[in-house]
Design a protein around this ligand. Structure first.
Ligand SMILES: Nc1ncnc2c1ncn2[C@@H]1O[C@H](COP(=O)(O)OP(=O)(O)OP(=O)(O)O)[C@@H](O)[C@H]1O
Length: 649
């Protein structure tokens, strides 16, 4: 086939002529432009539609934000709205009074100054003074109202964020996405709703003043309010554009921002202070922080520079239009078509109108920007947990009478490819001490998390005396269990409070607290403290006393023991204890656990040997079961590990 060349030989608005030379024909593509134009306008239209759609999609947040502010500060919001309306009308009064004063002065000067003429002028001046004073007074009152309102809103938002943080699944805390969301939700959330309200308020207030000013200006020509509007449009486009750009930048940099916070935390907190010194990691993390900040700062500064330049351009256009309108008005005065009072009124009204228009558009831009940011807060507040109460819960048992059963459980952590437990079966008989031993990563702690319903298994079920755990109200189930976690929390509070936190429902008295401390082997440690049970623990607050790892562990054990739950789960309860303390503790524990069911997850065979039943776990499966002697006789994993631990000891 001959190769053809394609050349453009001419075009008009309506048609395009294309010559395909090898065929010697000139093909006129009639109405091609029309089609292209249509397509462009369609594209423009759909772009505009998209913009409007994305703008409108933020609108529900406006309603939600108002609702949030309303819930937080009803009375103050009403006062605020009334003040705004009054403040919106006051500038118009000022402009009118200015005209009256100038015109009365000109008239008085023309006919000669007399008492008759001066008194009304003085009244007008006094009125003007009154209006200005009222503006000041209302302004001050309004700023106070805003402070009250925003403090109430801040606290209400904290409440909502805390409530949601407690409500979401435990799994959320293990995803970076959750932290990004939380970071975004709380970073600006405290001031955005009030800012949104303030912007909307100013929008209304400025709107009222502007409409009144526009009405005043219309008497000099309809084109003047139109010129006002046009002069500020470029600024509006700049505001909208940069609000979106700033927001997108903020979204994009959340992970980097969080990482910089993390470095900041490592550099300033106690948890990392020792390692940073010993391994000389200070400079390393400081330079990591600085380089991240440099990158973020450069991007932010660049964005701000472009915004300033765009604002400068928009300001220049506004200035040109103002100059034109003023020149026209001066010309009108010279032509004696308007009075000097009119010129004063015009100047004031146009000037104020332009400032108002700019701030009105700025308000609109800020409303838009605040809505974008608030979207994150509302998205966060809408996170729905998966581990929830059943629609028709079963009556929660008071005790464990028969057994807990893991039946064909398969479980993998959200986002993980590897199954932590596969087709897993286990029975925990009531009233027994059951030890679970096994290598790191065998799945021991996972059992604990499933039992407390921090997660639900993907397959199979766990039953409590035959009742599926998912059929019980979560809170009731958790009240049946007391847990000592592998890394318990060291609360910076008094010893008594640290222990009492184990069961707030029981409002524990000192005798119960001391009993729990005795059982955990913590009583002697507490007796040595300066104020015994009233001693403040931790170094976060003045006067606090620091404990060793093992001492903290015993306080946490006491907290777990305080809760009179039928099931006790202990995850590595003696990992921070010396062997003497461990033997002593074990004695007490076996006594305390009598009549209750206990699951002890441990690497220490000295603990495991005291259990009624020992399960050996490996790779998410139970590989051996029996009491200590039976497992030794079996001569497999347990027996080998026992021997090697005994040799080491
Ligand atoms: N939050 C998590 N997300 C993804 N995988 C996890 C998570 N927690 C644990 N795993 C994985 O699940 C498996 C079982 O972990 P688990 O913590 O139950 O082990 P373990 O027997 O308690 O170990 P250790 O004795 O070290 O405490 C491991 O392979 C671990 O890597």
């Amino acid at each position: 086939m001959a190769k053809g060349t394609l050349s453009l030989v001419g075009f008009s608005n309506e048609s395009l002529n294309v010559n395909i030379s090898s065929y010697g024909d000139t093909i006129t593509v009639n109405n091609l432009f029309n089609t292209v134009k249509q397509q462009i306008s369609m594209q423009k239209f759909s772009f505009l539609k998209q913009k409007l759609k994305s703008g409108f999609s933020q609108l529900p947040y406006l309603v939600k934000a108002f609702n949030l502010v309303w819930q937080a500060a009803k009375k103050w919001t009403v006062i605020w709205a009334i003040l705004l309306i009054i403040q919106g009308l006051l500038p118009v009064a000022t402009v009118y009074l200015t005209r009256q004063i100038v015109d009365s002065l000109v008239a008085a000067l023309n006919v000669g100054v007399s008492q008759e003429k001066v008194i009304p002028i003085l009244v007008l001046v006094a009125l003007m003074g009154g209006v200005l004073l009222l503006t000041q007074v209302l302004g001050s009152f309004l700023s106070w109202v805003r402070v009250v309102q925003s403090e109430l809103v801040k606290d209400y938002i904290s409440y909502l964020i805390h409530k949601k943080s407690l409500e979401v699944d435990f799994a959320f805390y293990e995803s970076a996405e959750y932290y990004d969301r939380l970071h975004r939700a709380r970073q600006d959330a405290f001031f955005r709703p009030t800012a949104l309200l303030e912007n909307s308020g100013s929008l209304v207030q400025n709107g009222i003043t502007l409409i009144a000013m526009a009405a005043v200006l219309t008497q000099f020509g309809v084109w003047i309010p139109a010129a006002l509007l046009i002069s500020t449009l470029p600024a509006f486009v700049v505001i909208l554009n940069y609000s979106k750009q700033n927001y997108n930048w903020w979204l994009k940099t959340t992970a980097d921002e969080r990482r910089s916070w993390y470095y900041y935390y490592l550099l300033t907190e106690k948890d990392s202070a020792a390692e940073l010194r010993i391994f000389e990691l200070g400079d390393y993390f400081q330079s990591a922080y600085q380089s991240l900040r440099r990158k973020l700062r450069a991007e932010k500064v660049n964005l701000a520079k472009n915004e300033s330049l765009a604002n400068l351009g928009a300001g220049a256009i506004a200035l040109l239009i103002t100059a034109f309108a003023l020149t026209w008005m001066v010309w009108q005065v010279l032509q004696k078509r308007v009075t000097l009072g009119d010129l004063a009124l015009f100047y004031q009204a146009f000037n104020q109108g332009q400032t108002l228009m700019r701030s009105l558009l700025q308000n609109l831009g800020q409303v838009y920007s605040n809505m974008l940011f608030l979207g994150n807060l509302f998205e966060f507040l809408e996170l729905a947990p998966q581990v929830i109460d059943p629609p028709t819960p079963r009556l929660a048992p008071k005790n464990l009478n028969q057994e807990i059963k893991f039946e064909n459980i398969s479980f993998w952590y959200p986002g993980s490819q590897k199954t932590a437990l596969e087709n897993f079966n286990l029975t925990i008989p009531s009233g027994k001490i059951v030890a679970i031993v096994g290598a790191n990563g065998a799945g021991k702690s996972t059992l604990l998390k499933l039992l407390c319903r921090l997660y639900d298994p993907q397959q199979g079920k766990i039953t409590w005396d035959g009742i599926d755990l998912r059929d019980l109200p979560i809170q009731n189930l958790r009240r049946l269990i007391t847990v000592l976690f592998q890394q318990p929390v060291d609360y910076n509070a008094s010893v008594a409070e640290n222990i009492a936190l184990g069961d707030l429902l029981a409002t524990a008295k000192l005798p119960e607290i001391t009993n729990a401390a005795e059982a955990a082997g913590a009583a002697e440690i507490i007796d040595r403290l300066p104020e015994n049970y009233n001693t403040l623990l931790g170094k976060l607050f003045a006067g606090g006393v620091e404990l060793s790892g093992g001492e903290w562990q015993r306080i946490a054990l006491a907290r777990a023991f305080l809760r009179q739950a039928p099931l006790i789960i202990l995850d590595e309860p003696t990992s921070a204890m010396d062997s003497w303390a461990e033997a002593d503790w074990l004695e007490r524990f076996c006594h305390l656990a009598k009549g209750r069911t206990a699951i002890i997850i441990t690497h220490r065979f000295t603990i495991a040997r005291r259990a009624d039943i020992i399960h050996v776990m490996s790779d998410g499966e139970i590989v051996e079961t029996g009491c200590h002697d039976e497992l030794l006789a079996l001569g497999c994993r347990y027996a080998q590990s026992w021997k090697s631990q005994m040799q080491v000891n």
